[in-house]
Design a protein around this ligand. Structure first.
Ligand code: KG4
Ligand code: ZN
Length: 333
């Protein structure tokens, strides 16, 4: 069964065709970073206009790369929540049109559960397992069951981890998106050079908080305003990154243990972080957990995970009608 997936939830336009929830026949991702960079973050109006420009050529390329026509597609999966409304509606309109013309099932996918699906495209998973979903807009842990239902366990009380990194990069005028730049620049820094707080790290709750860390960096920069030359940028970035990743790994390991689970999957844009990967290998894996990270292209926003998960939803008859709407938020609890 070939499922066509579409994701236009934020600032990437993505279309993919996946066979039987497993084999990626094509994956097109058009990044809009260059249009948002000068604003230091995603501008919703620009995002929605760019999606409109590239969605039709992206659909054509996805079919072309897979060597298929619309007649070979048996279902359509589209992200309808959470995300920017003006962006989501572009993908939804395209998905509905195809489902209507071809008279094939349409299914609505939660973007966050889509992220959690990424390792299933590359590995055999056991269920239930613990998913850490960590991106620019979300930081949460959830139990994933065999039928691909998600029960959220922990979530951030304020900023997402990626948002914290992006804001620190913005404070330092490093560019956008900040997480990736920090990862690269921190590689030559000393993560122990400066001590930043690890909010809620050992509070025996599954929840996260990152806004205090962002404030701590702002206060640090204020204090060192006159001695900028004394602050070694890679050391500073490595220390901030260390605080974020230390909290993510520690909390996730604790939560997995509490839930009696053995497998941890780490997904979302921040899952591409090299230090996070290292910490999970050195600590969680060392302590006996199985830890899976998807390859980098499946960590950040992409429609292959939407098509993959869509296959299971369609098989379970979880289909949507043509009056499907976009929702800015997803009910998590
Ligand atoms: O999943 P994603 O592409 O979009 C959202 O749904 O938010 O995640 C984007 C986030 C941004 O905050 C970006 O800075 C972060 O992922 N990111 C990284 C890395 N690559 C992307 N953060 C840390 N290290 C990276 N290598
Ligand atoms: Zn995402």
């Amino acid at each position: 069964m070939n499922i066509l997936g579409i994701d236009t939830s934020c600032d990437d336009t993505s279309v993919s065709i996946v066979q039987d929830g497993k084999t990626i026949l094509s994956l097109i991702v058009t990044s809009q970073d260059e249009f948002h960079r000068e604003f230091g973050g995603v501008v919703p109006e620009i995002a929605s206009r760019k999606h409109l420009e590239v969605i039709t050529p992206s659909l054509a390329s996805a079919l072309d790369k897979a060597g298929l026509t619309l007649n070979d597609i048996q279902g359509v999966a589209v992200t309808n929540r959470p995300g920017l409304i003006g962006s989501l509606v572009i993908g939804i309109a395209a998905a509905k049109s195809i489902a209507y013309i071809r008279r094939i099932p349409l299914t609505a996918v939660n973007h966050l559960l889509g992220h959690a699906y990424a390792p299933a495209l590359e590995h055999e998973l056991e269920f239930p397992h613990l998913a850490l979903i960590v991106s620019g807009g979300h930081t949460l842990t959830a139990r994933i069951d065999h039928d691909w239902t998600m029960s959220v366990i922990g979530f951030t009380r304020d900023d997402a981890a990626g948002e914290c990194l992006d804001k620190v990069a913005k404070m330092l005028d490093l560019g956008y998106p900040g997480g990736k730049l920090i990862d690269r620049m921190a590689a030559s820094g000393d993560p122990q050079a400066y001590s930043f707080p690890r909010p809620m790290m050992n509070d025996h709750s599954p929840h996260f908080s990152f806004s205090g860390l962002k404030t701590a960096v702002r206060v640090f920069l204020e204090k060192n305003r006159h001695d900028q030359n004394d602050v070694h940028l890679p050391d500073l970035l490595a220390s901030v990154q260390e605080a974020v990743m230390d909290v993510l790994e520690t909390k996730t390991r604790w939560t997995t243990q509490q839930a009696g689970l053995k497998l941890i999957t780490v997904t979302g844009g921040v899952a591409a972080n090299s230090r996070l990967r290292q910490l999970f290998r050195q600590r969680s894996e060392f302590l006996g957990f199985r830890v899976l990270f998807p390859s980098n292209r499946l960590c950040t926003d992409n429609a292959a995970v939407i098509a993959g998960l869509g296959y299971h939803l369609i098989k379970q008859a979880k289909t949507a009608s043509l009056d499907l709407n976009a929702e800015a938020r997803a009910d998590l609890l």
